[in-house]
Design a binder for this molecule. Structure first.
Ligand code: HPA
Length: 273
């Protein structure tokens, strides 16, 4: 058994010592969405620091805990605060929480994030349904001995973001009269924002949005057979696309401005998928 799987088993045991809650849906909350977890019917919370071997998040504004509860009777586990590659963790630690939620029983994963729009048709405050991703800029979370217990050595990635879920999400957004862009997300390492030249490169690759998370989690989840969907909140136009300099405050402000709409959409999605 690999070290990584052994660590997952230690973490699972630590969680199972505190709760036997069986989630159906796992949700990872991005910037600005953190307090969504406070608004659901909470059954139990577990701080990351209470879980043996768990990588604990260091980013200001990111709480670090699992929230277990119900959204319209659907049992969910929510990551309030994710682990980012730029914090210095190995990629296997970055995706450990995703795998752990899968091992807790979650069959479906909803990923959310804040992202810079590299598509000129996008405006800050738009939501983008992720149709596909590019992870050339970060190491694959599947590098190293394969976790045979979870999935195959060479997993297919031709439909990372479930077509079934995407169709439902588009219907939900339409019913709620929420405008939903669709596009390709590129994950880069961060923590610096990109240069204008990097954004031009991403656009020529076919990228519509750029961020520092999500795609690695989606890959780890697909590896273990979870059904995955993702939504980006476009918080800013990417570097070089406006006269503004980029800063975290702007990202946070836009995310906060549209948070109530984003949260309503997430509730609608959880209830329908
Ligand atoms: N680039 C990368 N990550 C981001 C951005 C961006 O412009 N905005 C929010 N997260």
């Amino acid at each position: 058994m690999s070290e990584i799987y052994r660590k997952l088993e230690v973490c699972l045991k630590s969680v199972r010592a505190k709760t036997d809650f069986k989630p159906e849906v796992a949700l990872i909350l991005g910037s600005g969405l953190g307090d969504y977890a406070d608004e659901i019917q909470i059954e139990q919370t577990i701080d990351y620091t209470e879980i043996e071997g768990f990588p604990t998040s260091t980013v200001a504004g990111h709480k670090g805990r699992f929230v277990f509860g119900y959204v319209n009777e659907v049992p969910v586990v929510i990551m309030q605060g994710r682990v980012h590659y730029y914090e210095g963790y190995p990629m296997s630690d970055v995706v450990l929480p995703t795998r752990l939620m899968g091992m807790m029983g979650a069959k479906k994963l909803i990923l959310t994030n804040a992202a810079g729009g590299s598509n000129f048709d996008y405006k800050p405050g738009d939501f983008m349904l992720i149709t596909d991703h590019i992870t050339t800029g970060v190491p694959s979370p599947l590098i190293g001995a394969n976790l045979d217990e979870l999935g195959p050595r060479f997993p297919d990635m031709s439909e990372v973001y479930s077509v079934r879920m995407r169709e439902i999400i588009k219907k939900v957004a339409k019913e709620m009269q929420i405008r939903l862009q669709e596009g390709v997300y590129v994950q880069l390492t961060g923590p610096n924002y990109e240069t204008p030249a990097e954004i031009r490169m991403c656009r020529s690759w076919g990228a519509d949005a750029v961020g520092m998370s999500t795609a690695c989690e989606a890959m780890a989840a697909r590896h273990m057979g979870m059904e995955v969907c993702g939504i980006s909140c476009i918080t800013n136009l990417a570097a070089g696309m406006s006269s503004e300099q980029l800063d975290h405050k702007e990202v946070q402000e836009t995310a906060d401005r549209v948070a109530s709409q984003f949260k309503a959409l997430i509730t609608g999605i959880i209830s329908s998928i």
